[in-house]
Ligand binder design. Structure first.
Ligand SMILES: Cc1cc2nc3c(=O)[nH]c(=O)nc-3n(C[C@H](O)[C@H](O)[C@H](O)COP(=O)(O)O)c2cc1C
Length: 148
């Protein structure tokens, strides 16, 4: 799978009033009408538990200049506090945070959960979208790239 290029996003949600978020490369678009996306979240992740509690998740599509955030939200850099006080963000209409300065944002209502090995597949109904700007952050061959 390292040879398959993938976009890099942050999936976020809320658990007991605290924010959770993780770097994810498994986001795919699966339906246009209604608009639906799918993400695979590992069973042990805190974000998975938050999505199950909130029954909703948001997606922040990272740009090349946000590579450091992909590291921070994957446990490769100092952890982010539960109020995201050091992470520039804004809240979606669903009260779940979105990272500032991204290429795009999605707000999703959890529609289905499917068990798949050590991950769960979360199908989200996209309730709102917004486009930002910036070159995409791409994962390929276990490293970050961009398209130009
Ligand atoms: C580039 C990249 C892509 C990742 N993609 C996924 C993914 O699609 N699904 C997943 O469960 N974990 C993925 N991870 C690992 C999670 O980001 C990592 O386990 C994270 O620490 C989980 O955070 P949490 O326990 O706070 O929710 C990825 C990590 C990196 C660096």
């Amino acid at each position: 799978m390292a040879r398959l290029p993938a976009g890099v996003v942050v999936v976020s949600s809320r658990l007991d009033g605290e924010y959770r978020g993780m770097t994810v490369s498994s986001l795919v678009s699966i339906s246009l009408e209604p608009p639906m996306v799918l993400v695979g979240l590992e069973r042990e992740s805190a974000t998975r538990a938050a999505v199950l509690q909130a029954r909703a998740f948001n997606v922040s599509v990272l740009t090349r200049s946000q590579e450091f955030l992909a590291d921070r939200l994957s446990g490769r850099a100092p952890a982010i506090d539960p109020s995201w006080s050091t992470l520039p963000h804004h809240l979606g209409a669903n009260g779940i945070p979105l990272i500032d300065g991204c290429a795009a944002w999605l707000e999703c209502r959890l529609d289905q959960v499917h068990e798949a090995g050590d991950h769960d597949l979360f199908v989200g109904h996209v309730e709102s979208v917004a486009a930002g700007s910036g070159d995409p952050l791409v994962l390929w061959d276990r490293a970050f790239w961009t398209l130009r």
